[in-house]
Design a protein around this ligand. Structure first.
Ligand code: GDP
Length: 297
């Protein structure tokens, strides 16, 4: 899908503003109408957009135009900075326990990319941080989930803890952490079950796993392509379970990824990683300023 960039959208207003020393209120209003449309098209939640446009308008009106920038560029700069701020500003790293192993619990709906991301994260920790992770297969419901993780383990030469699908996931997670301690793994990444929709059984089970293993990091995996649904999922998981970070997958697809703004806004938790493809090395630390530029096009 071809998106029109914000710069293109602002061209008309910018032409009219040429040569002015100050950004005046009407110009800003015109520009903010374009900004508003661009954000809505990028799938940013409308309430977030409303507040955002108000904040930026206040900041932009009356500003002296910097010599090096046109008024339009200046508005884009303000919009960019504010979007970056909304996503937390800085890149936020994965939590690390003061005493290893760091326990990471992966949660999310089925199909979001949990199992794939478990493998990607393990590889990332080994390659970029020189860590020794253990992956644990605690999704006993999706028929192929355990096999999928074991296959990933072989492919990456990464150990997988599994007890089959007849054992309670709480016990699997608990034993996995014990095993990690014994074998001196510094991370345990627990792949939990998802469902097609959020339901009470799922949340109860995740609650129990969380209580049993006391994770340092509860990473919610959401699919960027699902837009506002991803936002609702994030809100529910955070209310019910308490998450500490988000992985947004499928950002290699043709979405502007505006849901990134909203998931941070509704949960207050940072997006820590971005999934950029199906391959095991397609995981990147999430950078708010790069995402802001992508959302604006
Ligand atoms: P789970 O049910 O949450 O464990 O989901 P899976 O890990 O099985 O992933 C579901 C599908 O999404 C698989 O086909 C993955 O290859 C795919 N997938 C996961 N992450 C990404 C990503 O970042 N980009 C793309 N394009 N596909 C992804």
């Amino acid at each position: 899908m071809a998106f029109e960039s914000l710069a293109e959208r602002l061209q008309g207003t910018m032409d009219r503003m040429k040569g002015r020393g100050k950004v005046n209120e009407d110009d800003v209003k015109d520009m903010m109408r374009e900004v508003r449309l661009a954000l809505l098209e990028a799938d940013v939640n409308f309430k977030v957009v409303k507040q955002f446009v108000k904040d930026v308008r206040e900041r932009a009106v009356g500003q002296e135009v910097m010599e090096s920038l046109t008024p339009g560029q200046q508005v884009i700069k303000v919009v960019n900075e504010e979007l970056t701020k909304l996503m937390g500003g800085e890149q936020v790293k994965i939590n690390t326990a003061s005493r290893p192993p760091t326990v990471v619990m992966m949660v999310g709906l089925q199909g979001a990319g949990k199992t794939t991301t478990t493998g990607k994260l393990a590889l990332h920790l080994r390659k970029k941080h020189n860590r020794k992770p253990l992956m644990a297969a605690a999704d006993i419901y999706r028929p192929a989930a355990i096999d999928q993780l074991e296959t990933l383990g072989k492919q990456l030469d990464m150990p997988v803890f599994s007890m089959g699908n007849q054992v309670n996931p709480v016990e699997i997670a608990t034993k996995a952490v014990e095993q990690a301690k014994e074998d001196n793994h510094d991370y345990v990444i627990v792949d939990t079950a998802g469902r097609l929709h959020v339901d009470d059984n799922l949340m109860d089970e995740l609650d129990q796993i969380k209580a049993a293993v006391n994770p340092d990091e509860v990473l919610l995996v959401v699919d960027a392509m699902t837009g506002q649904d991803a936002v609702n999922v994030a809100e529910t998981f955070h209310e019910r379970l308490g998450i500490t970070g988000i992985v947004m997958t499928k950002l290699d697809g043709d979405t502007r990824g505006g849901a990134a703004i909203s998931v941070k806004a509704v949960t207050g938790q940072p997006i820590k990683f971005a999934g950029m493809g199906e391959k095991t090395d397609a995981l990147e630390p999430f950078h708010p300023e790069r995402m802001a530029s992508r959302i604006l096009g």
